[in-house]
Design a protein around this ligand. Structure first.
Ligand code: UD1
Length: 421
């Protein structure tokens, strides 16, 4: 298994091109199941998660072709040879559960394993299943599988989510586009990835209005056509490198960024002492010799501060000149990076959903364990700032969601390499 080895203590300087958004790409891949015409996706990130999704789709009979270093992917579900998504494939990535809705919409039946994914809390799928039931599906759970049927097809419904769920909103969209009649989603998630999904579906002939707002309307259509669609830039990858630059210090220009998608990050990173300058599609992040200041933050659904940047923000304030409090509101168990940061000399106390971070003057390199995808990125950032050598083990977590992280940071002067064990 590979590990990432970092010689810390250098500031960063250079440019980083941000890839297409992982969280969007995977859901867009599931869109291919809704049409018998080819779906071409460009600006695709080359990641373990997109490969896992490709494998799952291929097992259902989809032709999956990648070109240009995998940044262009063509998915053609002319017919489906199977409507069963097995545990071996779904467990690798939770988002792959979202093939259930499109298969149900197209074939009126599907059998999909309950998901695995990052170990960051209970993460049930009750909202997904309740929404599919509201659209007329019969659902049974047996031996770790969801058996779903919709005799005569799905029918539009008025659905109110009890709380905001990105996955359930996307999943319901993927089912309702081919349902008979109108679906209204209330308390829908508003993430840029939801808008990306709606834009792609609308380009294929769907009739979705209100994506990006709490109330979304979907007028069902009988057929969707093939299209070529470019995946939105990854706001989490951009935020991760911005925070890495703020943590290690230096000057990094992020290219191919939609800065408006990180509206909750910029004021907080500025408050922590890092200068942020934006133009149309790049952002310059600079911390040149000034101290890191403490900042409190709590995670929220979009447009609030993303849970996917919480660990990276913690790495930064672990070096602040004072005490910061970070509250995790989305997941009940997303502080697994804390003991690892403590191994590097951070002073962090976790109390329920809150972490109290007393800034230290320096971090020391250590062997640390990547525990989940975004947590791994926080350990890399901490390693860049730390004195001495940091080894981040279990890099497969990182490879799920960050394309060539060691190359991108290496191009900014970091001493970072991947070592096969
Ligand atoms: C969540 C994040 C998303 C992030 C992703 C990966 C939010 C609102 N969502 O999306 O930004 O990219 O994790 O880290 O910040 N839940 C249920 N039942 C369900 C579905 C969800 O109880 O059927 C709960 C989850 O356990 C969680 C909360 O609802 O506590 C939000 O989950 P949801 O947005 O669905 O999670 P993801 O789609 O994985």
């Amino acid at each position: 298994m590979d590990k990432i080895v970092i010689e810390g203590g250098l500031t960063l300087s250079g440019e980083i091109k941000i890839s297409g958004a992982k969280n969007s790409a995977i859901k867009l891949m599931a869109v291919c199941l809704l049409t018998d015409e080819p779906l071409e996706l460009t600006n695709m990130p080359n990641l373990r998660d997109t490969r896992s999704m490709g494998e799952l789709l291929a097992s259902l009979g989809v032709s999956v072709k990648t070109e240009n270093d995998a940044s262009r992917m063509t998915l053609h579900a002319k017919t489906l040879s199977s409507t069963t998504a097995p545990y071996e494939l779904v467990r690798k990535m939770r988002a792959s559960f979202n093939v259930l809705g499109p298969m149900l919409a197209r074939e009126h039946q599907a059998k999909v394993s309950l998901p695995g994914g990052c170990a960051i809390g209970a993460r049930p799928v009750d909202l997904h299943l309740d929404a599919l039931k509201a659209l007329g599906a019969d659902i049974e759970l047996s031996e770790g599988y969801v058996y779903a049927k919709a005799k005569g097809g799905l029918v539009g419904a008025n659905i109110t989510f009890p709380f905001i769920s990105v996955g359930a909103t996307e999943h319901t969209m993927l089912a309702a586009v081919l349902a008979k009649g109108e679906t209204v989603l209330n308390n829908a998630a508003r993430e840029p990835e939801i808008i990306d999904l709606a834009d792609c579906l609308n380009a294929m002939g769907a009739k979705i209005t209100g994506a990006g707002r709490s109330e979304m309307r979907i007028e069902g259509v009988t057929k969707l056509k093939g299209v070529s669609y470019a995946v939105v830039p990854d706001r989490i990858e951009a935020g991760t490198y911005a925070l890495a630059a703020a943590t290690a210090g230096g000057s990094v220009r992020l290219l191919n960024v939609r800065s408006e998608h990180l509206g909750a990050l910029w004021p907080l990173i500025a408050k922590a002492g890092t200068k942020v300058t934006m133009d149309e599609n790049s952002v310059l992040v600079e911390r040149l010799g000034t101290p890191i200041l403490p900042v409190d933050v709590e995670t929220q659904a979009y447009p609030g501060f993303p849970t996917d940047l919480q660990a990276q923000f913690m790495a930064m304030v672990s070096l602040a000149d004072g005490v910061s409090v970070i509250r995790e509101n989305i997941f009940e168990n997303r502080f697994m990076h804390c003991p690892e940061l403590v191994r590097m000399g951070a002073n962090i106390t976790v109390k329920g959903r809150e972490a109290i971070i007393r800034g230290v003057k320096s971090l020391k390199g250590a062997q640390v364990m990547a525990t989940d995808l975004r947590a791994s990125a926080s350990l890399v950032a901490a390693g860049l700032a730390a004195e001495g050598t940091t080894e981040v083990l279990r890099v497969y977590h990182l490879d799920r969601g960050f394309e060539h992280i060691e190359v991108k940071l290496g191009n900014c002067g970091a001493r970072i390499k991947r070592v096969a064990e």
